[in-house]
Write a protein that binds this ligand. Structure first.
Ligand SMILES: [Zn+2]
Length: 154
């Protein structure tokens, strides 16, 4: 696992939230039982996350941020980390999106794909840009919820 300090974790979190195609699977906070302090780690893939969760020196894992797509949802759900309900919040903002870009919006928010040059459209369309912004906000909220749920379990 890649252990990092709090400042770096916060910087990474801000950076990764803005990324359209996040390279990380998740950023987690955990209690390091060996040195008795809070630590942070980022995982580039599923194997790294599993290693963190199963490490004997790790307890109280909280996911600060995680990738949100059907594959990641299934992976985290399987490990008992809950499922981010991406469909319901996505629908909420779909009304704001131009008719011709509804599919592109979903691909953009869910998979980080730039379909139909949606990127360029965002520069000139206030409504679609607002929908994307709101969807990302909601997605960040969903991550926090997951982390809260995790906390309760321990
Ligand atoms: Zn638009």
């Amino acid at each position: 696992m890649a252990t990092i300090d709090k400042k770096l974790a916060e910087e990474l979190l801000e950076k990764v939230k803005k990324q359209k195609r996040p390279i990380y699977l998740c950023i987690v906070k955990y209690w390091n039982t060996m040195c008795g302090k809070e630590s942070y780690a980022y995982c580039k893939g599923e194997a790294q996350f599993v290693a963190v969760v199963n490490s004997p020196v790790v307890s109280d894992v909280q996911i600060l941020w995680r990738k949100q797509n059907p594959k990641a949802d299934a992976f985290f759900a399987e490990l008992g980390f809950g499922k981010a309900n991406s469909d319901s919040w996505m629908d909420e903002f779909l009304d704001l999106v131009c008719e011709a870009y509804k599919d592109a919006f979903i691909a953009y928010v869910d998979q980080g794909e730039n379909k139909d040059d949606f990127d360029e459209h965002l520069d000139s369309c206030e409504n679609c840009a607002r929908a994307v912004e709101k969807a990302f906000e909601k997605s960040a909220e969903a991550f926090e919820k997951i982390s809260e749920e995790l906390h309760k379990k321990d």
